[in-house]
Design a protein around this ligand. Structure first.
Ligand SMILES: Nc1nc2c(ncn2[C@@H]2O[C@H](COP(=O)(O)OP(=O)(O)OP(=O)(O)O)[C@@H](O)[C@H]2O)c(=O)[nH]1
Ligand SMILES: [Zn+2]
Length: 292
């Protein structure tokens, strides 16, 4: 019995990292009969073939903690949400959407503001204050600040992480700074691949030399509210959950209701205005969608 993790799957061949080497495996027929498809990220038990000790069969797939769809990967633990402190200016609304995507996919979000060398301590303080009472982990990185890269490494170590965030914020630069020669496939490149006639896109995870894995394609660049109702939206804002018990109506949407403790918490700077305004924008988005 040998344990490993699937790092790549192409046309029914799976590459299983067992520590010292990668074993090329086929899945046992039983999986097809049960309609189970092994996924990159799966923790598996393999058996080596008698003829060739570099090839094997996947005998067992361990229970998945989660499964993300695009790219299709199992057991991702963290979503690193990248924005730049400036150039381009961060979209705090998109950031909130990515936080919600992390939550709905059962991933731990890490908010990462890159290009921190371009900004003052005051701006960083302002950004931190937006996330007051959320409990989210926020880090500031720069390819020019070795200490910040060490902090990022300690976050990535021994975990399976996926990156997200808009174009130009420095995702590839940062990955190359923590892991030289790492080539993060960017949006542009994968578009090109898609157009190629004979290239099928497949997901892959990369082993970090200091421990852990990273998904090779950024995920969650576009985001749809999958089935979140207006009454559920507040559950995705930890600071709203924290303060909402005092609202007059149990089903208060904290929108236009009178005597809402959430609006009071915003006035008292216990909840940031930016986050509250994003919340109401998303609430309106959900409402408008219902009209169709
Ligand atoms: N000043 C500064 N510039 C940075 C930093 N990180 C990246 N950049 C620059 O920002 C630009 C965009 O960086 P990329 O790494 O291509 O950004 P990306 O997020 O991978 O963008 P896509 O590939 O389009 O998804 C490049 O010109 C980088 O040199 C940083 O920490 N500080
Ligand atoms: Zn309320």
């Amino acid at each position: 019995m040998i344990e490993g993790i699937i790092t790549r799957g192409v046309g029914g061949n799976y590459y299983v990292d067992i520590g010292e080497e990668k074993i090329e495996c086929r899945a046992r027929g039983i999986f097809r009969l049960q309609n189970i498809k092994p996924l990159v990220g799966d923790n598996v038990i393999i058996r080596l073939t008698a003829e060739d000790e570099h090839c094997g069969y996947i005998e067992e797939i361990k229970t998945r903690t989660n499964e993300i769809k695009r790219p299709p990967i199992a057991n991702v633990e963290q979503l690193l949400i990248f924005f730049a402190t400036t150039n381009p200016e961060p979209s705090f609304l998109l950031l909130d959407k990515l936080l919600i995507a992390a939550e709905t996919n059962n991933l731990k979000p890490i908010i990462c503001f890159n290009k921190s060398d371009l900004d003052s301590e005051d701006k960083k303080k302002e950004i931190r204050e937006i996330y007051i009472n959320t409990g989210y982990k926020i880090i500031f990185t720069s390819i020019k600040d070795e200490k910040s890269l060490e902090e990022l490494k300690s976050i990535l170590k021994d975990k399976l992480s996926v990156f997200s965030g808009p174009s130009g914020v420095g995702k590839s630069s940062i990955m190359n700074a923590v892991q030289p020669n790492f080539e993060l496939k960017t949006g542009k490149i994968s578009e090109k691949l898609k157009r190629g006639k004979h290239t099928t896109r497949h997901a892959e995870i990369y082993k970090l030399s200091f421990g852990g894995y990273v998904v090779d394609t950024p995920g969650f660049s576009s985001f749809e509210f999958d089935g979140i109702t207006e009454y559920e939206l507040g559950n995705y804002y930890p600071e709203i959950v924290k303060y909402s018990s005092g609202c007059r109506f149990a089903d208060c949407l904290h929108y236009k209701e009178p005597n809402c403790v959430i609006k009071e918490a915003v006035t008292n700077s216990l909840i940031s205005e930016t986050r509250y305004n994003n919340y109401t924008k998303l609430l309106e988005e959900i409402r408008n969608k219902k009209l169709y």
